[in-house]
Design a protein around this ligand. Structure first.
Ligand code: SF4
Length: 280
């Protein structure tokens, strides 16, 4: 979840976000993870994106496209995630990481420190308001401590709400960015946590051009963006299609037509990143 105060810290440009696994034990209440997992399991039995498939998909993606390890679940729940990062870095891609650190260990930290990372955002556990505190134990505290002292120039720490009491003494207060859940993920989040917006009518613009920040799923499918937890707009499959073909096909053309005002379902209409072109 990108907060307004963090958006300026994230460079512009095309991105392919990697959802390395279906299902997520972190279970943030403002993440519609279950909706993603339900839909994805009906399509594919691949729980993890395999390293081999990741490499096959990445070979179709130009190096100018940054690779984001975030997507619809905690990336390090896939045991090959660090190797995927190293492979993408070696292939010349910019690397952006958004993680709770769940699934990581100290070896992962040492390997990541050796790379130049455009963005490294650590999502810190909250006080239990939105996240499940059972994952906050000695191992997590030690890992957070190591990351606070790590030589990763781009590292940032963010918490939605208040930080868990067991970590407040570890993260220097001035380096911890506070936010709150702000995105309904196109209306997929429980409305008791984030109220959906009024739908945008007519032509609209995605304020960050996120129609070019797409999401690779464990079976090679690519969805529109990080709001599309329910697989509403499927652009293609990188185990089959070239990267450029994702934007030449009927699915993407339909999205563009609808962003320009054509009739038909468009997730953007319910998304907080959409601005109406005609605000009069
Ligand atoms: S406006 Fe559309 S493309 Fe942009 S983030 Fe929202 S759903 Fe995605």
């Amino acid at each position: 979840m990108i907060l307004p105060e963090l958006r300026s810290a994230v460079p512009a440009g095309r991105v392919l976000e990697i959802t390395t696994t279906t299902g997520c034990i972190v279970g943030c209440s403002y993440c519609p993870q279950d909706k993603f997992a339900d839909r994805q399991r009906k399509i594919s039995h691949s729980k993890h994106l395999s390293l081999e498939d990741f490499k096959r998909c990445l070979a179709r993606v130009p190096a100018s496209v940054a690779i984001g390890f975030s997507g619809y679940s905690e990336p390090w729940l896939n045991p090959h995630c660090t190797e995927m990062v190293e492979h993408a870095f070696a292939a010349g891609h910019g690397i952006r990481i958004f993680t709770t650190l769940v699934g990581m260990n100290l070896q992962d930290l040492q390997r990541l420190q050796a790379l130049r990372l455009e963005v490294f955002m650590v999502h810190v556990f909250d006080d239990g308001t939105y996240m499940n505190s059972r994952l906050v134990g000695d191992k997590y505290r030690n890992l957070i401590r190591q990351f606070v002292g790590a030589e990763i120039p781009s590292i940032q720490f963010v918490v939605l709400g208040e930080a868990h009491p067991d970590v407040v003494d570890i993260i220097p207060a001035e380096t911890l960015i506070h936010g709150r859940p702000v995105s309904s993920r196109g209306g997929s989040v429980d409305p008791k946590i984030v109220q959906p917006r009024q739908p945008v009518v007519g032509a609209l613009t995605c304020v960050d051009g996120r129609q070019y920040r797409n999401v690779l799923l464990p079976n090679g499918d690519v969805t529109l963006c990080s709001m599309d937890f329910e697989r509403r707009h499927l652009l293609g499959n990188l185990l089959r299609d070239e990267y450029a073909e994702l934007f030449d096909g009927p699915a993407f053309r339909e999205i563009v037509d609808r962003m320009n005002g054509a009739d038909g379902f468009l997730l953007c209409r319910m998304c907080e990143f959409a601005d109406a072109n005609d605000r009069t």
